[in-house]
Design a protein around this ligand. Structure first.
Ligand SMILES: O=P(O)(O)OC[C@H]1O[C@H](O)[C@H](O)[C@@H](O)[C@@H]1O
Length: 544
């Protein structure tokens, strides 16, 4: 492991301290707020061609956005004046961007190929360590895939140690090629692990305990329950072969740890452990050994393709000029919508069943990264940051909340993700899926202005299309990296630390306290509402 201190991150100007910000405010008041999307689409025949951005494996069609040429120029100026290029250089150089935790946020390093040009000894040592671990856990993944004695693999983890791998395994199921079944358990609700265990055989189950800290309550509770189930099950089905095996041997065969806290994993009884560096943030960790479940599901070669797709997007982000840089353009559009139009949420609609959990993943990525109200120096921000991210896979969402998108009182930009080619299953239905995505984008933009009032749709509602060739490892890697960088750009312009998550800690501490007080019966200093609910729920005996 590489313990050299990361280089310091540069101080860059916050968006509202630039002249471009003021110019954007004036431009919004004078022109931007009255932008007529329907009229523009009807009259500007070049718009479609002009508003395509081609990045590796992902293409964006921004023609249905509320952007025009002058706005785009001002937004690019904003990127210049906030010195985005310096911030980007710091990201790629492994600088200490996460100042509150004194760490780099160096997930791009996990995707760099062996032999990638290193700018310093610090970079070279980190890359070597990444590849040593990668080669080791990919070899292990292949071993598991070849082991006919293992039929089921359960990833126990939560947040970043669950969502990324869960999305990738689901999205890439067509690449499984006969490996074991993969399952994901995250919730502390015993119904999650409990309902899965009824379908499993301890003899043929492998548990991956995925936790950067190896201390998260949900994961440790589920891991302990799984260990209890495993040891109980193996002991009761004891036979000649297993009679000699000690509990320690069973644990060694059936549990793997994926963590930076090697010591805690050892004390749990785990022998096979794949580590990673502190500079891998939880929500950016699917590329590290936390992605072992993905590698077991799709094999080492496909996992390397996933990394290659992400790396291609990294290089695009690192080198493309602002106007052709997809993560930058999407982030600037996000800022235009959030800080000038005032839109509070963004709907993500992947028209791909395989991506049905992508929105949950992106909720963590974007809302945990940029849902902040102070800048990195602790100053309160006078503007809004991350919008609410929500959505469902299409076409399901159409039959639920799209009514609100078309006729509700709020304007909510929608992001459609559509693949050109179908997956291998029932490919004949793909055209209908694609047509539905385009129909929704068109309906949002043009609306319907005749007939009775209740049938009319106002239109002028923006959407973006993110287009991939097919749902495969490279395009998924590129798509996820695209979102990571987009969030980095908006966070950087807003001047916030996108890599900590202190807001999550408070609830964890209080949950521990409530459990302890329920047991001890000591309610001193606790509010009456909490005590009342504890008693009603049976978390604590009534005082009288
Ligand atoms: O991987 P772990 O240490 O178990 O953390 C799992 C998750 O829980 C935390 O509370 C954070 O909010 C997430 O960013 C993190 O991914």
């Amino acid at each position: 492991m590489n313990h050299s201190p990361p280089p310091a991150a540069p101080a860059t100007p916050r968006c509202d301290h630039t002249s471009a910000w003021l110019a954007l405010q004036q431009h919004y008041a004078a022109v931007g707020q009255a932008f007529d999307l329907r009229h523009t689409l009807d009259t500007d025949t070049d718009r479609f061609a002009q508003m395509q951005i081609e990045a590796p494996y992902v293409r964006a069609d921004l023609s249905r956005s509320l952007l025009d040429g002058p706005t785009g120029l001002l937004l690019n100026r904003l990127a210049d004046e906030t010195q985005l290029a310096r911030a980007r250089e710091a990201l790629f150089g492994g600088a200490m961007l996460n100042t509150t935790e004194q760490r780099a946020a160096w997930h791009v390093q996990l995707r760099r190929p062996e032999g990638y040009r290193a700018a310093s000894d610090y970079e070279a040592a980190a890359l070597q360590a990444v590849h040593d671990t990668l080669n080791a856990f990919l070899a292990f993944a292949e071993q598991v895939r070849a082991d006919r004695g293992i039929t089921d693999v359960v990833n126990i983890g939560i947040g970043g140690s669950d969502l990324g791998p869960a999305v990738a395994v689901q999205a890439l199921h067509a690449f499984a090629g006969g490996g074991p079944r993969l399952h994901f358990v995250s919730n502390i609700d015993g119904d999650d692990l409990g309902s899965l265990l009824t379908q499993l055989d301890p003899q043929s189950t492998l548990f991956l305990v995925s936790s950067k800290s190896f201390g998260t309550a949900e994961t440790m509770t589920n891991a302990r329950a799984a260990r209890h189930w495993l040891l109980g099950g193996l002991a009761s089905s004891i036979n000649e072969q297993t009679a000699a095996a000690s509990e320690a041997d069973w644990l060694a065969r059936h549990f793997v740890g994926l963590t930076t806290n090697i010591e805690a994993a050892h004390s749990f009884g785990i022998q096979t452990i794949f580590g990673f560096e502190e500079w891998v943030g939880g929500r950016f960790s699917l590329w590290s050994s936390i992605g072992l479940s993905i590698a077991i599901a799709i094999g080492a070669q496909n996992f390397r393709q996933l990394l290659a797709g992400a790396h291609a997007m990294d290089e695009h982000f690192r080198t493309a000029p602002w106007e052709d840089n997809l993560p930058v353009q999407l982030a600037l559009l996000d800022i235009w919508y959030r800080n000038f139009h005032g839109f509070d949420s963004r709907c993500i609609a992947p028209y791909a069943h395989g991506l049905r959990r992508l929105t949950a993943y992106l909720q963590q990525l974007e809302m945990e990264s940029n849902g902040k109200s102070v800048d990195k120096t602790g100053q309160p921000l006078p503007f809004k940051t991350a919008p609410i991210i929500w959505g469902e896979a299409g076409t399901n969402g159409q039959h639920a909340y799209f009514q609100h998108l078309h006729q509700g009182p709020m304007v909510i930009p929608v992001e459609f993700i559509v693949a050109r080619k179908p997956g291998p299953l029932l490919p004949g239905q793909h055209k209908a899926l694609q047509a539905n995505a385009l129909a929704q984008a068109r309906a949002l933009a043009f609306g319907k202005n005749d007939g009775p009032a209740w049938k009319q749709c106002p239109g002028n509602r923006p959407s973006s299309l993110l287009l991939i060739d097919a749902l495969e490892p490279t395009s998924l890697g590129a798509l996820i990296a695209l979102y990571e960088h987009r969030i980095f750009v908006s966070g950087s312009l807003w001047g916030i630390n996108s890599f900590d998550q202190w807001g999550v800690e408070l609830g964890k501490t209080i949950a521990k306290d409530i459990l302890a007080r329920g047991e001890s019966g000591d309610f001193d200093g606790l509010d009456a509402a909490t005590v009342g609910a504890m008693q009603w729920l049976g978390l604590a005996a009534s005082k009288d």
